[in-house]
Ligand binder design. Structure first.
Ligand SMILES: C[S@@+](CC[C@H](N)C(=O)[O-])C[C@H]1O[C@@H](n2cnc3c(N)ncnc32)[C@H](O)[C@@H]1O
Length: 453
């Protein structure tokens, strides 16, 4: 029995530039249109769309195969999608003008393409050509730099509803030739469209990269732009064993701090519901959010439990931003702030829960044990320390995000790193916790929870 009436496999194969393939021939737009049309026709339960690798008709993409009949459609354009949906999926009639009915010709074409592909692979191998994915990884900085410069210059806002390169250049006081080059590269990266010399935003850039956009992410992305300089020092950091550009958070200036906390706030707002869901807040009355940043977690705790009061502990340069978020969430009667230095201060006592979200990675092992001891001292009996962070597998090479984040800490901090659950377990026990648990969450971070008996 088939779980769907129709199962459509659409090729989305990507190949090196210049080599024919469905993605180069517009499969992404066709897949998007197909999914939308199926939804609009109310067929989401009947028709399953699955993207797949090459089906061997690369010069005639985009290609799709519809099962159970096994009909191969080629050179499918966005404009063909309504007909395929209404004819094939609604009326059960094959769209003959797009269908490949000659099985023998189909097979010969596939075999011919396979031979060409194997010959090209053998030639590359004989010539010692670097693998494509490795070359792409090495050159990855180019796309990243183009995007970061566009964000720094606020190009997407200047493009607005549509503009020429000259207009964007003059609005941003930049060189017209260079701006045209940057805009064209942004089109190549599919974050802008270009039509007769006029540039427009894509749905993605209009939603995230323009001033006044619904999910304006420019402030948070500026933090990534700020990381660029530090990451350029990685080679020296590896030689020296630590960050060669380290500056204390309090000395980094307003622009840096605003972007940093905006970036933290974006990910914290997305993760706060998961964290709140994973922790039993029954009976929790007092929470301390150490290095609480924007206060997103403290606010989420207060919103989840009306009896709970939370205190966000952070640097004097950050707490005014925290206060703004608390006021906006209208929880100032139950969420308060305290300024201090988490590396040295005592945190007081009487807390049911102390949260350390994205804090331990900034510090070395001994600093973490010292911090956890002070957090433990702040707990009432039965209270918990909750650590949220990237948690590495025992051999430290996975998950990839955690392993790469360790490098972010190498270039930015004196002793920071990503750590394993075993390390957190040991430190929480050294700090005095008896019962220690590792909770996995969907996404890049997990929880380590230690309880004071
Ligand atoms: C990576 S952010 C995490 C913010 C927040 N906990 C979250 O998960 O979104 C680190 C936080 O620690 C704060 N911080 C860094 N050094 C600090 C220090 N010495 N004393 C107090 N807070 C500090 C930063 O201001 C920032 O808010």
């Amino acid at each position: 029995m088939e779980p769907y009436r129709f199962h459509v496999f659409v090729c989305d194969q990507k190949k090196p530039e210049g080599v024919p393939c469905c993605s180069a021939r517009g499969s992404a737009k066709v897949i998007d249109a197909l999914r939308r049309e199926i939804m609009a026709a109310g067929l989401a339960e009947d028709v399953q769309v699955t993207t797949c690798g090459s089906i061997g008709l690369c010069e005639r993409g985009p290609n799709m195969i519809v099962y159970p009949e096994g009909i191969w459609y080629s050179v499918v354009q966005v404009a063909d999608i309504p007909e395929i949906v209404s004819e094939h999926f609604q009326s059960g009639r094959v769209v003959e003008r797009l269908a490949n009915r000659d099985q023998a010709a189909l097979r010969a074409e596939i075999d011919g393409n396979k031979k060409k592909m194997l010959a090209a692979r053998a030639a590359n191998d004989a010539a010692g050509v670097l693998p494509d994915d490795f070359q792409q990884a090495v050159r990855g900085f180019q796309a990243s730099r183009i995007l970061l410069s566009a964000i720094e210059l606020d190009v997407f806002t200047a493009v607005g509803d549509g503009a020429s390169a000259e207009t964007v250049a003059s609005q941003l006081a930049t060189d017209p030739r260079a701006m045209a080059m940057l805009l064209d590269a942004l089109v190549a990266l599919a974050v802008l469209h270009k039509d007769y010399g006029r540039y427009t935003n894509t749905p993605m850039s209009s939603r995230y990269l323009m001033a006044g956009a619904r999910d304006d992410s420019r402030a948070a992305l500026m933090h990534t732009a700020h990381l660029w300089e530090r990451w350029s020092t990685l080679t020296d950091c590896v030689r020296q064993g630590t960050s060669v550009t380290h500056r204390e958070m309090v000395d980094r200036g307003d622009e840096w701090t605003t972007a940093f906390i905006a970036a933290m706030h974006r990910s914290a707002s997305a993760r706060a519901p998961l964290l709140v869901h994973a922790i039993d807040l029954n009976g929790v009355r007092r929470v301390l959010d150490v290095g609480g940043g924007s206060g997103a977690y403290a606010i989420a705790f207060a919103q989840a439990n009306n009896d709970l009061r939370a205190e966000v502990f952070d640097l004097p340069t950050v707490v005014p931003i925290t206060q703004r978020h608390i006021d906006e969430a209208d929880v100032a009667d139950r969420v308060t702030t305290r300024t201090g230095d988490l590396r040295t201060d005592d945190f007081g006592d009487g807390y049911d829960l102390v949260l350390l979200s994205a804090i331990c990675h900034m510090m070395g092992p001994e600093e973490n044990v010292d911090l956890l001891r002070r957090c433990f001292a702040a707990l009432s009996p039965g209270g918990r320390i909750v650590i949220q962070d990237f948690i590495l597998a025992p051999d430290r090479t996975a998950p990839r995000t955690a392993a790469l984040f360790a490098i972010n800490m190498l270039v930015a901090t004196q002793q920071g790193n990503s750590y394993t659950s075993e390390e957190y377990d040991t430190w929480l026990r050294e700090a005095g916790c008896d019962d220690v648990k590792h909770i996995t969450l969907p996404g890049p971070t997990g929880l380590m929870i230690g309880r004071r008996e």
